[in-house]
Every structure is written in structure tokens, then in C-alpha cells.
Design a protein around this ligand. Structure first.
Ligand SMILES: [Mg+2]
Length: 165
């Protein structure tokens, strides 16, 4: 029996942060080949400070923070933790914890996020909701009995490239 409040899991890129311009810059649609190297991903992750917020999601999360523990889970690698925490502070996002990928971890987002969710559940915590722009994450955590709130913007990379599941 824990006295802790339930957790809401929240994604960052495409959910709290509008990363479309950053993604298009580093991974342009018209490129014949993309640079998928670690250093290119690091540059992409660390450029996050230029992202605009998605204001209504920030507002939803800050409202939920009044009664839930907000755990941010991002597919960004932890090399970008300083830039990420500065951005969250600049955008006045109210959160309790931040989980990022370890170096060299390129597991699929649903797999990475399920592992984090299972870690909280193993600690006896309740997770009431996940907010994410990736439908695969919503589906994967749904298998753990977690409700989902899907952020869908027609302009987003996720919508254009992942709408087929
Ligand atoms: Mg996302």
C-alpha cells in the first residue's frame, strides 16, 4: 500500500514539444539517404532547445500535475538531458521525473516505454494514463491496462509516417 499518487506518463517530442522543424532539418523528406549515426542523433537531440511547445498539452499536463505524479518518458538519449531540462524549465512544464534512453539504446519507442512503465508497476505504483503522439506507444501500454491520450497533429512527422501503425 503506497500513499503516493498515481502516475501519468508523458512523452516529450511531438507531445509537449513541436519537433517537426528540427526533425525535418536533420532528416529531410527529400534526402536520398539519412545519417543514422549516433553523433547525428546526438546533434538532433541536443538541438531540442529550439522547439516550440505544444501549448494545450503543456496546459493539460500542468493541470494533471495538481493531482498526479508526472513522469516524462522520452526517446531522446540522456546526452541531451541538460538541453531537455532547460527546455522544460523554460516552458514551465510541471513534472516529477524524467526518463531518457541510455547511450546506444535504439529500441523501438513502444518497447523502451513499456520497460519504463513495467519498472514503475514493479515498484507497486499505479499508472493511470499515458500521453503520447505515437499510436504504437498508446497500444503497447494499453496492453498493461494503461489508458491512453493520443496527441495527433496532421502536420506532424508521426502522423505522416506512422499513420499505418
Ligand atoms: Mg513522441
Amino acid at each position: 500500500m503506497t500513499s503516493k499518487v498515481p502516475i501519468v506518463l508523458v512523452d516529450i517530442d511531438g507531445t509537449l514539444a513541436d519537433n517537426d522543424a528540427r526533425f525535418a532539418h536533420y532528416f529531410p523528406d527529400d534526402a536520398l539517404t539519412h545519417d543514422w549515426s549516433d553523433s547525428h542523433w546526438t546533434d538532433y537531440d541536443k538541438a531540442c532547445f529550439g522547439d516550440a511547445p505544444i501549448p494545450y498539452v503543456v496546459e493539460i499536463v500542468n493541470t494533471l500535475a495538481l493531482s498526479y505524479e508526472i513522469q516524462l518518458i522520452t526517446g531522446r538519449h540522456d546526452v541531451a538531458e541538460p538541453e531537455t531540462t532547460l527546455w522544460l524549465e523554460a516552458m514551465a512544464v510541471d513534472y516529477d521525473g524524467l526518463s531518457m534512453r541510455a547511450p546506444g539504446d535504439y529500441s523501438r519507442n513502444p518497447v523502451f516505454k513499456r520497460a519504463i512503465a513495467e519498472m514503475f508497476l514493479a515498484e507497486g505504483r499505479e499508472i493511470h494514463l499515458v500521453i503520447d503522439d505515437h499510436p504504437g506507444v498508446i497500444a503497447e501500454l494499453g496492453e498493461l491496462g494503461i489508458d491512453g491520450l493520443h496527441v495527433q497533429r496532421p502536420s506532424s512527422w508521426n502522423h505522416r509516417h506512422r499513420s499505418h501503425g
